[in-house]
Design a protein around this ligand. Structure first.
Ligand code: CA
Ligand code: CA
Ligand code: CA
Length: 316
């Protein structure tokens, strides 16, 4: 790998938003070819499930092997609705679904509560409803929501937990035998995306510990957003980026990234928030990680500064 020429760096800096500027700088430093996004669309049987059922015997959800999907523990995967199904005598308009990772492909009989003996916890807590007939509990601790109209989300991004080899995905319901999918379009889109990780280590200021969050797939050319909240209102913030973690004691807190790129003079608004849009660059190798943190001028901090949590962003 050779170092980028000055002209290349200049073109990297020729962007509108400051966040683009740094990420493109990092891209130039890497100078390696981008991985191809691994994505699959898997059809789902609207009657199938992996949760406990009563007074019916619908087909079991099919275990999806992770390795052929290019996924392993520690990867982040985005699961997104494709199409829709009919939850009963109504309309082919429902998309709610949930999932669970497992160490193996075993799915026990519908009479069991814990039908997935290899289940491994991931994602946000989900409470599956009682069976329609008999009101029997179906909930297990390891499952997670993928699509919920009531909760207002049509996709989820989760980290593949240690030990996981399979993923079960199924329509959300409490009675399955009356489900259908007249146009046969119901399924799940599975995409290996990048991981954002909250590393903690923030330093409290006047509004508590400022929070830094990132969104975006971290796939080449995809939009991303960095959002700072709970910072001092109408203050000046510095975005610090590094290609490694430093975790150095600094101003009474912890400087998380090795401070290789600093972007100063970023203004927080009247609520102590700041949003930076950007684009994740092409040309980064798989597993390329950027560390980020924001420091804010804040008299309430021990030495005149508060700091957000550290954040890492890794290319899939
Ligand atoms: Ca449909
Ligand atoms: Ca139903
Ligand atoms: Ca649960």
């Amino acid at each position: 790998m050779r170092l980028p020429r000055a002209a290349g760096l200049t073109s990297c800096l020729d962007t509108i938003m400051p966040i683009d500027r740094c990420l493109r700088l990092a891209a130039c430093a890497a100078l390696m070819s981008a991985p191809i996004a691994a994505q699959a669309i898997v059809p789902l049987d609207a009657k199938s499930t992996f949760v406990h059922v009563a007074s019916e015997s619908p087909p079991g959800a099919v275990p999806l092997a992770l390795t052929p999907l290019g996924l392993q523990a520690g990867d982040c995967v985005r699961l997104r609705l494709v199409g829709d199904f009919d939850q009963g005598p109504s309309a082919d308009t429902v998309g709610d679904m949930w999932g669970v990772f497992s160490a193996n492909a075993t799915l026990l009989a519908g009479s069991q509560l814990h039908r997935v003996p290899g289940a491994i916890d991931a994602g946000a807590e989900l409470v599956t409803p009682a069976t329609f007939f008999g009101g029997q509990p179906t909930d297990v601790p390891e499952d997670f929501g993928i699509v919920s109209a009531a909760e207002g989300y049509e996709e989820v991004t989760v980290e593949v937990p240690a030990g996981a080899q399979f993923l079960f995905v199924a329509p959300a319901d409490s009675y399955y035998s009356d489900n259908s999918d007249p146009d046969g379009d119901f399924g799940v889109e599975i995409t290996h995306v990048g991981c954002w990780k909250d590393l903690g280590l923030g330093l409290a200021g006047v509004n508590g510990v400022p929070q830094l969050a990132g969104t975006g797939t971290l796939l080449a050319g995809d939009a991303l957003t960095l959002a700072l909240s709970d910072a001092r209102p109408l203050a000046s913030a510095v975005l610090i980026l590094g290609l490694s973690a430093a975790n150095l004691p600094f101003k009474g807190g912890t400087l998380v990234p090795a401070p290789q790129v600093l972007i100063a003079g970023l203004p927080t608004d009247g609520a102590g928030a700041l949003v930076l849009p950007g684009t994740w660059p092409a040309g980064l190798p798989s597993g390329f990680t950027l560390w980020l943190q924001m420091w804010i001028a804040d008299a309430a901090g021990p030495h005149g500064f508060s700091a957000s949590n550290g954040l890492s962003a890794s290319t899939p």
